[in-house]
Design a protein around this ligand. Structure first.
Ligand code: G6P
Length: 381
């Protein structure tokens, strides 16, 4: 398939702009269109056989890179919505130090390409070591991938396809957002079946998910020019710190990874509450801090963590709810997103971070779509 840039300077920017459509495509694929709370079925349609879900006690997720960040958001959702203890492992680590076998465990491999060698090998190993074991140890494999026809497709019997369309930019953007959508729907489906969620709460989240595409559009329309301007100030910057907590901690990691991958600036993602145990020693006027602060139970905490960075003269950039006076007072620069609840916010908070990384790299004249030393999928160990 020939994919064109359609007037965008880089594939990455085009792919960032495709995200509202990707979220819509996922919603269309994963949600039953005519579901109603009075209906006696799950609102989610992932076509997952009961044999994968029955008596589930644990989930373990194996992935690399950006897919590993999606897995961390998935863990939050599976634990907080469906009440299932969930482990997330780097596939490259799991291969050589696997977790002791747990019973009634769903193993999920997340890989957008379906070709990452470490992820495939870790899944194959898991399959092998559960062979011939008593029934409660039997392997239950699920893939989350943008390419169901990939090698992953041959390895696992069941795949949630992520409907992002072909991604050309080496730095993953729209495939990440589509993986998050898969995890929202998987966690909601399990929560419904395990009765860990009320009908009202379920509906509230579904309504919120359906609003995301228009909200991403709003961020793209209102933020891009501003973010491009902002990057003028970072022409000489050598280090960035990204902070987040709870469900936005993995987004801080992802924001830092995007920046490293395409701009070659050193960046670290940290859980905001851990800053005082190390990274704070790095802070001064030369090290900007990007903090994600969305309404929810860690909102005030993140703001106060950000204040600590400000006291060290760091330039403070906040991904915050729109029209929030408290945020406006705390941060030097604001990257506002619609004020959704924290649980739904990762799909919005990642957007300004993608744009920030993109514009910093583009301004430096770097090869955004083909960064040095990186490959779109790593098919060797
Ligand atoms: C490479 C890419 C990353 C990607 C990772 C995992 O390192 O450069 O963008 O996140 O592989 O890829 P996967 O296809 O398994 O999601």
């Amino acid at each position: 398939v020939q994919v064109e840039k359609q007037g965008f300077k880089h594939f990455m920017l085009k792919e960032i702009y495709e995200q509202p459509g990707v979220v819509r495509a996922c919603l269309e694929a994963y949600l039953h269109p005519d579901w109603h709370p009075d209906k006696d079925t799950s609102p989610i349609n992932l076509a997952i056989p009961a044999s994968l879900y029955d008596d589930l006690e644990h989930v373990q997720i194996l992935a690399c890179g950006t897919s590993w960040h999606a897995a961390l958001v998935g863990k939050y959702l599976l634990e907080q919505l469906a009440g299932i203890p969930t482990m997330v492992q780097y596939a490259s680590e799991f291969r050589y130090a696997p977790t002791p076998l747990t019973v009634n465990t769903l193993t999920i491999g997340v890989t957008q390409s379906g070709e990452t060698a470490d992820t495939l090998a870790a899944l194959a190993m898991e399959k092998k070591r559960r062979e011939g074991k008593p029934s409660q140890f039997q392997v239950r494999l699920l893939g989350i991938s943008n390419r169901p026809e990939s090698s992953l497709g041959h390895l696992v019997p069941q795949i949630i396809e992520t409907h992002a369309g072909m991604e050309i930019g080496v730095a993953a953007t729209k495939t990440f957002v589509s993986q998050l959508m898969a995890f929202y729907c998987l966690a909601l489906d399990l929560a419904y079946r395990r009765q860990t969620i009320s009908a009202t709460r379920l509906e509230e989240i579904l309504v919120g998910l359906r609003q995301l595409p228009a909200q991403i559009e709003l961020i793209l329309e209102s933020q891009e020019r501003y973010i491009e301007q902002l990057t003028h100030d970072f022409a000489e910057t050598k280090d960035f710190i990204f902070l987040g907590r709870g469900i936005n901690f993995p987004i801080a990691l992802e924001g830092a990874l995007k920046l490293k991958e395409i701009s070659y600036i050193h960046a670290e993602g940290y859980p905001a509450g851990e800053m005082k145990h190390g990274p704070i020693a790095l802070l001064d006027a030369k090290v900007p801090v990007v903090a994600i602060a969305m309404p929810g139970n860690v909102y005030e905490k993140v703001l106060s963590n950000a204040q600590e960075a400000k006291a060290r003269d760091s330039r403070l950039i906040g991904v915050t709810p729109m029209n929030d006076p408290e945020a406006a007072e705390t941060f030097d620069d604001l990257l506002p997103v619609p004020a959704v609840e924290e649980l739904l916010s990762p799909i919005l908070t990642v957007i300004p971070l993608q744009l920030l990384a993109y514009h910093i790299a583009a301004r430096r004249g770097l090869d955004v779509d083909q960064p040095r030393n990186l490959a779109k999928s790593v098919t060797v160990e």
